[in-house]
Design a protein around this ligand. Sequence first.
Ligand code: BGC
Length: 754
Amino acid sequence: MTAQLRGFGLLCFLLLVFPLRAQVTPARLSEDPRTGHAIDSIIASLTLEEKIGQLVQFTGEVNTPPAGPRTQDEQRALIRAGKIGSLLNVVGSAQTRELQRIAVEESRAKIPLLFGLDVIHGFRTTFPIPLAGAATWDPDAVEMSARISAAEAASAGVHWTFAPMVDIARDPRWGRIAEGSGEDTFLGSVMAAARVRGFQGTDLANPSSLMACAKHYAAYGAAEGGRDYNTVDISERTLRDVYLPPFRAAVEAGAGTLMASFNEIGGVPSNGNRHLLTEILRDEWKFDGFVVSDWNSVGELINHGFAASGAEAAGRAISAGMDMDMISGCFLENLPTLVRDGRVSTSTLDEAVRRVLRMKFRLGLFKDPYRSVSPDLEKKTVLTASSLESARDLARKAIVLLKNEGSVLPLRKDLRCIAVIGPLASNRRDPVGPWAGPTDTNNVVTVLEGVRSAVSPGTKVLFAGGCTINGTDTNGIAAAVSSARQADAVLLITGESEEMSGEAGSRASLDLPGRQEDLVRAVHATGKPVVLILMNGHPLTIAWEASHIPAILETWFLGLKAGSAIADVVFGDYNPSGKLPVTIPRTVGQIPLYYNHKNTGRPPDTADRFTSKYMDLPSTPLYPFGYGLSYTTYGYSGLAIRSARLGTTDTLQASVVVTNTGKRAGSEVVQLYVRDEAGSVTRPVRELKGFRTVRLDPGAAASVTISVPVSSLAFTTLDMKHEVEPGTFRVFIGPDSAHGLEGTFTVSGAAPQH
Ligand code: BGC
């Protein structure tokens, strides 16, 4: 028996005697010492090549540049040789079982493979895109969507999702804004934790759980000009106060992995950034999972000019704290020599292998490498009636009512005739949005179908496409206008195609693409009541529409149940309650435009030319962060602060009375913002620190209390400490980031010395 086999025998013995239970709790994990021993004995049993194999990930599709197996036979040979630790994009219980069988039966070390996939907003049941999920301000519903997605994907043999994307996006031109929770650090952190909890459940070893991967670490959303993959140059303070907290929240919720981002920050690409991958992540946050690169991003260190060769790229990446190389092949090809030559230490290599094996243990793969998957289980788990109902529920909660002049909405179901117009009205492909995964778009409910099944039998529903999403042909506009003329009300469904946002989906213009604005203007000219329904991954600049069209619904990309959810809102079966997770600018010229900006020395003052503003536009957005209307109205009164003098370990308790002053029951997301009046460094004009949703019948009132631990007011001070500084704070409670009742409180403690 070789030493390696003896090692594996010992492991089997340990497992028999001490069956392992990989418990994941929302809090941080502490290592079971038996797992630690088992991992050590596996590492001791592996050859250098087998160790490196654990750090190598290729895609299931063979012959994909830049590296990796060119044929299926080559792929299987690499698995047999123990040179692949993980595969991405292999889907289906039969496919994953077969490759896993090769790994655990035909390879010498018998270490199970880890199957990863981008399960971003659903697997077969597609939920709204994450940006829309954030617009619900409902972390429980978002968590539920992640739980369902995890169960579906896990039943198809997937172990690990490359989600949640927790990048803060302050630039709406960046296409990947669609994949995250928008511009705000607090909302983004709440949603990050909710998605991690949903994917991972309470026990990662449960076969219905997926291991999460918080990505893209870090500051990927701060790409210059909003252009994907572009350079980032931000201060350490901004990095820590704005971009890192959602990652920290994901780590604290137990996320098993992080993905390093494509970008550099101030000259250092994330894949070789020891400060990010080791000092902050491991030393400060005590993260004990592993870091995977992004697609070929280790190899791209050469393009960055950070490495002169694949060997240098591999060396710099693993030494910085990168554990797994997604598809570049640089680890596979170069680490053997680098380790033999001593340019990468064995302890660095072993530590990376240990982290990967640790997560394989926590997933229960050493106990059951197949995690009980079967085609039968898969069939039973996907697209269940209750999952589809959850998808519809999340979708209607995500819809934001931007405008409703003259109460055009909701429409009566028994109107004589409704015209449903626009390139997205009967479209089945785009409502699922970017990164929809292996969904079947035949299952999408279109808006036209949603409307047809909601209206009374006597209502005539006309349809006209009008124009394409992004083309130049205006020939269909005349027919659309003629349909509008015959109707009592028009639903105009416009926006982007799904590939216009998401990865590499950055846009320099955020106007309605193609000739859609011509269509909107022509239909508006009929004088009929028009409801503009937007489908989009980027926030759109719709200044003309906002001043001319009486009713506007922001519906993002809502997934499989888009049409049903939109009909629920249009006809008043559901009273909209979504709130914007992003600022909507008037024009791209205002970008970057986000609510928690600094005051400057010369805040905008229209009466004073020499203040910070544009000559040709107001500095304010078209719609502020947190904004969203309802079919009812709410009054805010009686702001009260329980104790206005607090210490740094106390909790602020602020309350308001919210009254439903309209005629329908509804839910309102009550938002609390804080402004730190003065600090050792400048502070934002407002920062979201808490929110609560209250449901109210017409005429009803409720006192809503929001608690904010004073510790959450900490920031990176002048001397780079994470601290709360004593002083006076303003607090605002209201319906969005631009309004609200105002109060003050003070925090006492030792004043910083500067
Ligand atoms: C994306 C990642 C994704 C990976 C694997 C990359 O291009 O940036 O977000 O997880 O591909 O599909």
